[in-house]
Structure formats: structure tokens, C-alpha cells
Ligand binder design. Structure first.
Ligand code: NAD
Length: 296
């Protein structure tokens, strides 16, 4: 069985590493936080003394870290110690420029590399049903795919270096903007005397349809499993949505793309987060929108 090094055993990385152990892999893990190392050890991960120790001799390396600066620093540390011919995969959600810089580091050492951010959240990480959006060369994708399949249900090759991160932030920019306008529509319907269920019945099967209404309806009732039925507990926390919208704006600026609605969605989520809602579900922005006074 393939030996896999796993760096970053947090909310996502912990259960992902545990699924690799369950699949029969020899997994060597490392995190800066002792309690997370202990938790992973209880799941059968062999704990290494450092990231560098974890990657020595490993056939595959996976990193699951908070942001681009962590990925750049960790890859700079571990890549020189990786086995020749190994595949290295970063599944964190990070800026496209950092992802491309990480690929360049791996290429200097002759490693196969992939940016492979995920969607599906902590529930998907535990259940092994994540979607991986992959960017990198064909040989890197071919080497990593059987491993990613142990942690996910859909493994999509989006293109070359950085294409996985690009797909992730474009998708989440659509999600942020459609969630806001879906919330606005329900708030408007309330003022117009239209019931939540009536708007849902029409819009969920008409041209206003999107994942934000059919799967994640931001008002209680029509979709029983949505966080609106559970006091807007995440789900997908507003802080993570803001992170992704900011990454989309950075990418748009760097690439010279016009994204006015994406920019406005980022501003609204900034306000929603600043009002003390970082840990609430992102669909709870409906309460923030309702609380704003009409400006015209
Ligand atoms: P997390 O903060 O729980 O985990 C990150 C871990 O990286 C932490 O435990 C931290 O100690 C560790 N770390 C940081 N620097 C390190 C280093 N030098 N060496 C070893 N370990 C180090 O975050 P998370 O929720 O697991 O998310 C990880 C990534 O996945 C983020 O980029 C996030 O945006 C993305 N993501 C999260 C979710 C979600 O629902 N939580 C969903 C999709 C994508």
C-alpha cells in the first residue's frame, strides 16, 4: 500500500487522514497542535516529529493548511526532503498565485504536483464524499486520483497548475452571490405577503433555481436539512465564505477580470462577519439583510 504523508490534521485534514488509514494506507501525519496529533494517532495515523520527518520516503504527500502563506512555507520546508518521483497534493483553499508558486517548488525537485481544493465541508471530509477540483499535469493527476478517491466521491481534473483553485473560487463566488440574492428574494417576498413555501415552490423549479434555494434554502421549512432549520449553525461558516470571496477578488484583480457582483458579495459578507457572525452559517446573512434599513 502507498505510504502517505499528511500535513495539517485540523477540521478537514484530521478526518481525511483517518479515511486514508481506513483504506489501508500507511499514513504519517504532522500538525503543530499537540491535541490534533493525539486525535489523529487515535485514528491510526503514525505521528512524525515534524513535516520533514513525515515526508521522508513517502510515495504521496498531502497538505491541508489554513492559507497560501502556510502552504508556501510548509512546501519550502518539506519538498527538499521528498522522495524522487513522489506526488505532492495541496488540498487547502488558497490564492492561485501561491498555488502556482508551490507547483514551481515541486517542479524544481522533480516531484509531480497537484492543487486539489475540496468542497463538501467537514461532513464530506468525515464521510469521504468530498469533491476534489484538481490542477496539474496529467501524470500528477493519474498518480493522485486513486488516493483522492479514498477521501472523495468526485475527482475532477480542471486543467494545469492553479486550475483547481481557480475552479474552487469561481464556484464559491457564484455561491456567495446567489445566496445573497436568494435571501433578498425571500426578504422581499415577506414584505409582499408571499409565503416562503410559495416562493420556494415556484423558484426552485423555475428560472430562479440554484443550489442556494433547492439544497440550502435560507429560510426554515422548505428544505428541512438546511441550516436555517437549525438556528443557522454551520454548515459552511460565514468566515470561510468571506475567505473564498476575498480570494476570488484577489484573483480578479491579479488577472484583470471585472467581477462587480462578486466584489459586492465580498463587501456584504465582510459586513455580516464584522457584525459578529463569523461562526454562523453563511445563509444566516438573510437576518443581516432584513436588519438593514431601506436606503431609498
Ligand atoms: P484548520 O485550521 O482546522 O486546520 C489547518 C491545520 O493546519 C491546523 O490544525 C494547523 O495547526 C495546521 N498547520 C498550520 N501550519 C502548519 C505547519 N507549519 N505544519 C503543520 N501543521 C500546520 O482548517 P480546516 O477547516 O481544516 O481547513 C483547511 C483548509 O481547507 C483551509 O484552506 C480551508 O479554507 C479549506 N476548507 C475548509 C472547509 C471547512 O468546512 N472547514 C471546507 C472546504 C475547504
Amino acid at each position: 500500500m502507498t505510504t502517505i504523508a499528511f500535513i495539517g490534521l485540523g477540521n478537514m485534514g484530521g478526518p481525511m487522514a483517518a479515511n486514508l488509514v481506513k483504506a489501508g494506507h500507511d499514513v504519517r501525519g504532522f500538525d503543530l497542535v499537540a491535541a490534533l496529533r493525539d486525535g489523529a494517532a487515535a485514528d491510526g495515523v503514525q505521528i512524525a516529529a515534524s513535516g520533514t520527518e513525515a515526508v521522508k520516503g513517502a510515495d504521496a504527500i498531502i497538505t491541508m493548511l489554513p492559507a497560501g502563506k502556510h502552504v508556501r512555507a510548509v512546501w519550502a520546508e518539506i519538498v527538499p526532503h521528498a522522495k524522487s518521483g513522489a506526488v505532492i497534493v495541496d488540498s487547502s483553499t488558497i490564492d492561485v498565485d501561491s498555488a502556482r508558486a508551490a507547483h514551481a517548488l515541486a517542479a524544481e525537485r522533480g516531484l509531480k504536483s497537484l492543487d486539489a481544493p475540496v468542497s463538501g465541508g467537514t461532513g464530506g471530509a468525515k464521510a469521504g464524499t468530498l469533491t476534489f477540483m484538481c490542477g496539474g499535469a496529467d501524470d500528477a493527476f493519474a498518480a493522485a486520483k486513486p488516493i483522492l478517491e479514498k477521501m472523495g466521491k468526485r475527482i475532477v481534473h480542471c486543467g494545469g497548475a492553479g486550475a483547481g483553485q481557480a475552479a474552487k473560487i469561481c464556484n464559491n463566488m457564484i455561491l456567495g452571490a446567489t445566496m445573497i440574492v436568494t435571501c433578498e428574494a425571500f426578504a422581499l417576498a415577506e414584505k409582499l405577503g408571499l409565503s416562503h413555501q410559495a416562493l420556494f415552490d415556484v423558484a426552485s423549479t423555475s428560472s430562479g433555481q440554484s443550489w442556494s434555494i433547492t439544497t440550502y434554502c435560507p429560510v426554515p421549512g422548505p428544505v428541512p436539512a438546511s441550516p436555517a432549520n437549525n438556528s443557522y449553525k454551520p454548515g459552511f461558516a460565514a468566515a470561510l465564505m468571506l475567505k473564498d470571496l476575498k480570494l476570488a477578488q484577489e484573483a480578479a484583480q491579479s488577472a484583470g477580470a471585472q467581477t462587480p457582483l462578486g466584489a459586492h458579495a465580498a463587501e456584504l459578507y465582510e459586513q455580516y462577519n464584522s457584525a459578529g457572525n463569523e461562526n454562523a452559517d453563511f445563509s444566516g446573512i438573510i437576518n443581516y439583510l432584513r436588519s438593514q434599513k431601506a436606503s431609498r
